[in-house]
Design a protein around this ligand. Structure first.
Ligand code: DAH
Length: 358
């Protein structure tokens, strides 16, 4: 009898140890200890045994029941922990997955896009990119660029002046200003690099101006090429290549005489209109871009004035031997022409409905 009990106990313990799920375990509890199970049946039969067997058999059966109950409890905890672990693993959220729907990527501001586009064109033509200080001296902004002492751009009404900087380097001595154009870098670059030189200078410039077509701060790109045997034809060929790269392969350009203090001769450069046919739109109305003239002004340029080279002779620039051309354009203007933007201020309002169009 006791052997049968021990056998029942050991078989039960083995099945419990092998159980994998809580459902399996519950079935085992019923099979081993439930109303119809063998061990409880045996216990119920103890009363009918001869008196001297009742004690040992009863103890063995009770001990077996206790062992099975304890094993069921331990296995229950083991299985519950394993099931929780499995649930946590399958439930795991991968926070590195991209969101759904994907957030829209940001974009570069139109002015940055256009600046980079222009830079790419000139890099392709062999130019280097240089940048210069936005706080500039009167010397580099006006004097070295051959501005007459009475030139109106020097007026406080036109230019932002700063107070003198005590202890400033000699080149910055005197009154300082926010540069009114990127042209001061012509002289700075020639002081740093002996001829030949071919650079463009993108950057911010400042003027005391504010209306529909002017903001106190805007952007320019300066160009400078100085070497031996540079002619106006080089200037025209360079700007034609630039115009076709930016405004389309069918463009032509024309040079009109103009005046800038630091170039001689000086020109304004027009590009043929890319918006109309002989000044007229499809409905025969006047083209608003070129105002019916078929030409659009895009920049100022000219041959570097020998007086400017006179400021950099110490670095190998000889006004008798070296010639060069220079040009300067507004990035805002190029962007507005290229994308048909009517109001300059749209570029600075940071209205997403506008910015997201580019
Ligand atoms: N600095 C001139 C301006 O801001 C633009 C300019 C004209 C630049 C002629 C040049 C140039 O380099 O040759 O209006």
């Amino acid at each position: 009898m006791i052997d049968a009990i021990t056998e029942l106990r050991d078989a039960g313990l083995a099945r419990i140890a092998a159980a994998q799920t809580s459902a399996e375990l519950e079935q085992l509890r019923i099979a081993l200890l439930g109303r119809k199970a063998e061990l409880p049946n045996l216990l119920r039969g103890v009363a009918e045994l001869p008196p001297e067997q009742r004690g040992p058999v009863g103890r063995a059966a009770n001990e077996a029941r206790g062992a099975l109950e304890a094993a069921l409890e331990t296995a229950g905890a083991r299985i519950a922990a394993a099931e929780l672990e499995a649930r946590l693993l399958s439930d795991r959220i991968d926070i590195t997955l991209p969101a759904d729907p994907l957030p829209r990527p940001g974009r570069l501001h139109l002015l940055t896009q256009v600046r980079r586009e222009i830079e790419d064109v000139f890099i392709g033509l062999g130019f280097r990119i240089e940048e210069g200080p936005e706080i500039e001296s009167v010397y580099f902004n006006f004097d070295a660029l051959n501005h007459d002492p009475t030139h109106p751009a020097r007026l406080e009404s036109d230019t932002f002046y700063l107070s003198e900087l005590p202890g400033a380097p000699e080149e910055m001595a005197g009154r300082l200003l926010l540069r009114t154009h990127t042209s001061p870098m012509q002289v700075r670059a020639m002081l740093a690099t002996p001829p030949p030189i071919a650079i463009i200078v993108p950057g911010r410039v400042y003027r005391r101006d504010s209306d529909v077509t002017h903001t106190p701060q805007f952007h320019q790109i300066e160009g400078l090429v100085v070497a031996e045997d540079i002619t106006l034809a080089d200037l025209k060929g360079t700007l034609l290549a630039f115009s076709r790269a930016i405004f389309g392969p069918d463009r032509e350009i024309r040079l009109r005489p103009h005046f800038f203090p630091f170039t001689e001769p000086s020109v304004e450069v027009d590009v043929s209109c890319f918006n109309c046919d002989h000044g007229r739109l499809a409905d025969d109305s006047r083209c608003p871009l070129c105002k019916g003239t078929t030409w659009i002004e895009i920049l100022g340029a000219g041959m570097v004035d020998p007086n400017v080279l006179g400021h950099v002779t110490a670095n190998g620039y000889d006004p008798e031997r070296h010639q060069g051309f220079a040009f300067g354009m507004g990035i805002e203007r190029i962007a507005m022409l290229k994308h048909g933007i009517g109001d300059l201020r749209l570029l600075y309002d940071n209205d997403l409905r506008f910015l997201e169009q580019f």
